[in-house]
Design a protein around this ligand. Structure first.
Ligand code: FES
Length: 129
């Protein structure tokens, strides 16, 4: 497992589980915090507008099996705006519509990765136990 904490439960999927309803779900943090908050927030860095852009662009591209969801804080605020794509569990930090276009094309259509935007577990911040 590549998480920044040792798994206490291991993998959870079972062979008897139903197939996933969506091929992919993208959780885009749109959390709002008061100005001056020490951790900042993704919405102050443009995540709401960029999430709306991503949703509209996914629809335009015909990605019917991909869901672009609004998410609350994903707890990696300092690195944001950020998103996580499941079931892969791949995180991205993005800034522009061009970044969103690249994530849609490369990750969600071609099944590859946008290495330059990926957040790795070692990027932190680290899960507190
Ligand atoms: S405010 Fe976006 S990850 Fe916390």
């Amino acid at each position: 497992m590549s998480a920044n904490v040792e798994s206490k439960t291991g993998r959870r999927s079972l062979p008897t589980d139903p197939a996933p309803y969506y091929e992919a779900q993208v959780f885009v943090c749109t959390n709002v915090r008061p100005e001056g908050h020490p951790r900042g927030c993704c919405s102050a860095k443009g995540s709401v507008k960029l999430r709306d852009y991503m949703k509209a662009k996914a629809k335009q591209l015909g990605l019917k099996t991909v869901r672009i969801n609004i998410a609350g804080c994903l707890d990696r605020c300092e690195l944001g705006p950020d998103m996580v794509i499941y079931p892969e569990g791949v995180w991205y930090a993005y800034k522009t519509e061009a970044d969103i276009d690249e994530i849609l094309k490369t990750h969600l259509i071609e099944g590859k990765r946008v290495e330059r935007l990926m957040l790795k577990p070692a990027d932190g911040p680290f899960v507190k136990e």
